[in-house]
Design a protein around this ligand. Structure first.
Ligand SMILES: *[C@@H]1O[C@H](CO)[C@@H](O)[C@H](O)[C@H]1NC(C)=O
Ligand SMILES: *[C@@H]1O[C@H](CO)[C@@H](O)[C@H](O)[C@H]1NC(C)=O
Length: 397
């Protein structure tokens, strides 16, 4: 070796360069997002309160202070927001709501098919649980002394066997105070192969599938939120926190637990924590993703936490259900949750550790993950690989 010092210098330089690159991309993540719009870390214009309230007149909370709006959702909301208490979405025939939407929206026939289907059944929100024929697979409630501190409520769909198994084997695996449940629609294959017998087997084997008898399509995801809230009220009212996430998320569960345990009580009461989008607006390109016609919705979205994964305080479950009865149906589950929180006077809190549009090329580096709480999307394989690396006591960053 002619110049050992040069080699040393070179390797030091390379290390520094690597460090610089690492620091730059951890401090300036380039995020894709579900519904583009300016984002920020401020919790929005609503003053952050920590106790939910549901006033008899929701108009001011939802920003409906001008003249009578013309878009269908806004008009429905105007009416629903000021109903005498006791009245709600649930009153009357749910299909009648859809039929009048179809009749009253002038350009309804030009709406995309999934949006039309959504509107026709949007007010139908009670569905029975789907249980395997021949019994078994019942999900037990949270009985004392096993009331979970953190419930992981993961939105999955019947065919995602590998995603669910990866969650069970990694961040959703048994841990003190943590309970795992998957939320699914019917496996009966109205829109694909009949997965009933496979899902029935899985349900008996793991008893962690909450299934309901509705079609599991993107525009039906709000049903999972609402039916989970109802289930919590009946079977798990004492849960402290609920993480709602997609099955392609990766959660650093120990770090999330540490974060939640360290929060001061006044911050946990009205908790709605995730990657928050503020001032997002509906996308107006017909045929494009997340298209919302102007005749259906006008105005901007409320501040909301990305549906890829967010945490709410468990005691808000009944409040959110009450709010949902007074907030008109909206096709995107995370925006809808944002609307319900806005109705309750609660603002989402952003945490830099939630990255719901994680670039695929970063998954290889466990060190990049150390300070994060939740990222997505990750493949089942990547999740298993990353979890193993994070468990390794020799991991040096
Ligand atoms: C509800 O509040 C809005 C805005 O503050 C107001 O314009 C409207 O008249 C109220 N509606 C009722 C029925 O009180
Ligand atoms: C949601 O599920 C219900 C019940 O299966 C179904 O009638 C409705 O069409 C589904 N919604 C969409 C958007 O497909």
């Amino acid at each position: 070796m002619r110049c050992p010092k040069c080699l040393l210098c070179l390797s030091a330089l390379l290390t520094l360069l690597g460090l610089k690159v690492y620091i730059e991309w951890t401090s300036e993540p380039q995020l894709g997002k579900a519904y583009p719009g300016p984002r920020g870390t401020a919790p929005g214009s609503t003053p952050a309160s920590s106790e939910p309230t549901l006033p008899a007149n929701l108009s001011a909370r939802l920003g409906q202070t001008g003249p009578l709006p013309s878009a269908y959702w806004n008009r429905q909301q105007w009416r629903l927001g000021t109903l005498p208490s006791g009245d709600s979405m649930e009153v009357g025939d749910c299909h009648a709501w859809g039929a009048s939407a179809a009749a009253e929206i002038p350009d309804f026939t030009s709406y995309p098919e999934d949006l039309r289907r959504f509107l026709l059944s949007a007010a139908c929100r009670s569905f029975p649980q789907w249980l395997p024929r021949g019994g078994g697979g019942q999900v037990t409630g949270c009985e004392e002394p096993d009331v979970p501190y953190l419930l992981l409520a993961i939105k999955s769909e019947p065919g995602h066997f590998a995603e669910r198994q990866a969650v069970r084997e990694t961040w959703g695996g048994p841990a003190p105070g943590v309970r795992l449940l998957f939320l699914l629609g019917s496996p009966e294959g109205k829109a694909g192969p009949d997965l009933s017998s496979l899902v029935a087997w899985e349900s008996r084997r793991y008893s962690d599938l909450l299934l309901w008898d509705f079609l599991d399509v993107p525009f039906n995801q709000t049903l999972k939120d609402l039916l989970l809230l109802a289930w919590l009220g009946r079977h798990c009212p004492g849960v402290s926190f609920v993480l709602q996430a997609q099955d392609d998320a990766f959660v650093h569960t120990p770090a999330l637990l540490d974060h939640l345990r360290a929060l001061p009580p006044e911050r946990t009461r009205g908790l709605y924590l995730g990657e928050v989008f503020t001032q997002a607006k509906p996308l107006r390109r017909p045929g494009g993703p997340f298209y919302v016609p102007g005749s259906f919705f006008e105005g901007g979205y409320p501040a909301y936490a990305s549906g890829g994964g967010y945490v709410i305080a468990g005691h808000l479950a009944p409040w959110l259900l009450q709010a949902a009865a007074r907030v008109a149906p909206f096709p995107f589950d995370d925006v809808y949750t944002g609307l319900c929180f806005q109705a309750l006077g609660l603002a989402p809190r952003t945490h830099k550790g939630f990255l719901t549009a994680w670039p695929a090329d970063r998954t290889a580096d466990p060190c990049a993950f150390r300070d994060l709480l939740l990222v997505r999307p990750l493949s089942p394989q990547d999740s298993i690989h990353l979890w193993k690396q994070l468990q390794n006591p020799q991991l040096q960053c």
